[in-house]
Design a protein around this ligand. Structure first.
Ligand code: GLN
Length: 598
């Protein structure tokens, strides 16, 4: 059955038409359906988490899904954003630096994203302005409608073509009413009109306030927010109400009445223990079937595929809930007051904890505070330590102190990017005897610049070179700890975001002193993984990459799983030791049962 739509008239455009709808080659009208997710009342509702859970539900039914985030800001990507304000910069395999929501999509869907899945206003306006300079608008004045909105629609349809998606999930950044995203909302209105009835499902995420002083849920702000969306020409089909507690039927009735949405399509999306429980919540509430009905895609659903996916996910949730024992992992960073700047690390540890059967507790260590001493005391209760990625000078010496403590006491250590570089600096200074060794990012005049700007970028860019971004192959040394973690894979792929690296001139000296570089780039002398032999330290490993970005709930990243497993052993050794007399305990205090390296 073909649905009547406006596309046929648009296809016959002439020079003076009011329509502007560039169609990517190969676009099949009717094949791809669209789900638009809008936020009302306030930001921070977890739109990305909600949209990705919904997309997962549809993917679990055997359909192909493609999420896309539309950001209102003018930056071309998220590369220059301060993680302290915006959360972590998530790097995709193709090198795109984007919003942390893309990480949520990759993890929830267990699917790699690309630059097609991320739009900013900066990208849209750049395309429009470049096209204008090339004379691409046939002598017309270039307008927000239809040209800018036309470009947005083109990007959505390009994604549909590139992924052959059954359903494209469009998350509009910000809140309805923001100036920045108004044209995205308009583009979706136009898209739904052009594609015809049954082609788009609009979901409004809203918030039900529960003022403690009143002791009851209030829906007025939600009503007004949805009204504002309707004023933009978007009639939501589904309303999902975020709230602290499950929303009452009275509130659901009010919201339904004021927004032309049937009562059973107003859902409660109250707070829950873990974001990975949300898909289950979405399914139990029947939200997924509502989407299938609205889009008329019941004939594309594969019940057997769904049963299998649900069973796998439920097993994961059961493991997540059953973990009782805990290990404490310290994270020595700079932005430790804002957890969003380490979102992927938190998730990677959660995935690994679930797999290893423990809860992971986090101890956030402001590395700068250790520069006056007291490292041993501050770190004494940890079972594992991470020094994560970072930029700038603050807290570097504190991080080096942390690495030293972990290296000398046998505390399991995982360094990432900057944490890898600081491990090299620490080893150079304290084992190889290179006083003043440093990264030139911190100390440009260091007598031993063991970490320096990438040689190939020095040639290309001069000082300051661009970052090495995205997925790169890593050759692992057979028999190394890294290779063991990855099931003896000879080559793996990790994601990178760095400007500095180990200066190849120091590799020999560092290796002669006992540090092993067990992961290297295939074509350049770029050191990508380092480790200490397991005979010397139970778990001391670091990578120039960001393995946290590629950890998935059902496939935890091996570096993290290795850390959590080593942390469990460390805790067991500690428990054994604490049941012995004190004198014996302090004699064993260095590396558990193993001689400490120098
Ligand atoms: N600042 C370091 C560099 O540019 C580390 C980067 C990072 O940790 N992501 O190489």
């Amino acid at each position: 059955m073909t649905t009547p739509n406006a596309l046929s008239s648009i296809a016959n455009v002439s020079d003076d038409t009011e329509f502007y709808t560039p169609m990517p080659a190969g676009y099949k009208p009717g094949k791809t359906k669209y789900v638009g997710v809008f936020g009302t009342v306030m930001s921070g509702l977890g739109k990305g988490i909600f949209a990705s859970s919904l997309a997962k539900m549809i993917k679990d039914k055997g359909l192909t899904v493609a999420p896309i985030k539309l950001e209102g800001y003018l930056n071309l990507d998220s590369g220059t954003l301060n993680p302290y304000r915006h959360g972590e910069v998530f790097v995709l395999d193709d090198g795109m630096e984007c919003d942390m929501d893309l990480g949520t999509y990759e993890r929830m869907l267990d699917q790699d994203m690309s630059r097609l899945n991320f739009i900013t206003s900066g990208q849209i306006f750049t395309t429009v302005l470049e096209k204008e300079r090339r004379g691409g608008y046939l002598g017309r004045d270039v307008q927000m409608i239809p040209h800018v909105t036309g470009e947005v629609k083109a990007r959505l349809r390009e994604l549909a073509v590139a992924t052959d998606a059954d359903v494209v999930f469009v998350e509009i950044g910000g809140t309805v009413g923001d100036v920045e995203n108004a044209y995205y909302i308009e583009a979706l209105r136009e898209l739904a009109f052009e594609e015809g009835p049954g082609s788009a499902c609009f979901v409004a995420l809203t918030y039900i306030i529960h003022p403690p002083a009143l002791g009851e849920q209030k829906s007025k702000a939600a009503q007004l927010g949805i009204k504002q969306l309707i004023e933009c020409g978007i009639q939501p089909h589904i309303i999902a109400c975020r709230a602290i507690n499950p929303i009452t039927n009275k509130v659901r009735e009010k919201v339904a009445l004021y927004s032309n949405v049937p009562f059973d399509r107003v859902f409660s999306m109250h707070d829950c223990e873990s974001i990975y429980v949300i898909p289950e919540m979405v399914r139990d509430a029947g939200l997924d079937t509502a989407v299938v009905d609205i889009l008329g895609i019941a004939d594309r659903v594969h019940p057997e595929a769904e049963a299998k996916a649900v069973a796998t996910w439920n097993a994961y949730l059961a493991a997540l809930r059953s973990a009782e024992d805990a290990v404490t992992i310290g994270i020595a960073g700079k932005y430790t007051s804002v957890r969003d700047s380490y979102a992927s690390i938190i998730k990677a540890l959660e995935h690994s904890g679930t797999k290893a059967g423990v809860r992971v507790e986090f101890d956030w260590i402001e590395a700068g505070e250790l520069e006056q001493g007291g490292t041993a005391k501050r770190l004494e209760n940890l079972h594992g330590l991470i020094v994560p990625g970072g930029f700038g000078l603050r807290g570097m010496e504190g991080k080096i102190e942390c690495v030293k403590f972990a290296r000398k006491t046998g505390l399991p250590y995982l360094g990432m990017c900057l944490g890898f570089q600081m491990a090299v600096v620490e080893y150079a200074r304290n084992v190889c005897g290179m006083a003043g060794a440093n990264s030139t990012e911190v100390e440009p005049d260091s007598p031993h610049p063991v970490i320096d700007i990438l040689p190939e970028q020095k040639q290309i860019e001069g000082l300051g070179g661009n970052m090495r971004l995205g997925g790169q192959d890593v050759i692992l040394t057979p028999g190394s700890l890294a290779a063991k973690l990855y099931n003896n894979a000879p080559e793996i792929r990790l994601r990178f975001r760095h400007r500095y690296e180990v200066d190849p001139r120091y590799i020999k000296q560092l290796e002669a002193a006992g540090l092993t570089f067990s992961g290297r780039a295939p074509d350049f002398p770029i050191m990508q993984v380092l480790e200490l032999p397991t005979a010397v330290h139970p778990y001391f490993i670091a990578t120039q990459a960001h393995p946290e970005l590629t950890s998935r709930p059902l496939r935890p990243d091996p570096f993290f799983l290795g850390l959590v497993t080593a942390a469990i052993k460390h805790r067991q050794a500690e428990r054994r030791a604490s049941s012995k007399p004190t004198a014996q305990r302090s004699a064993e205090r260095d590396v558990h049962g193993k001689p400490a390296p120098r």
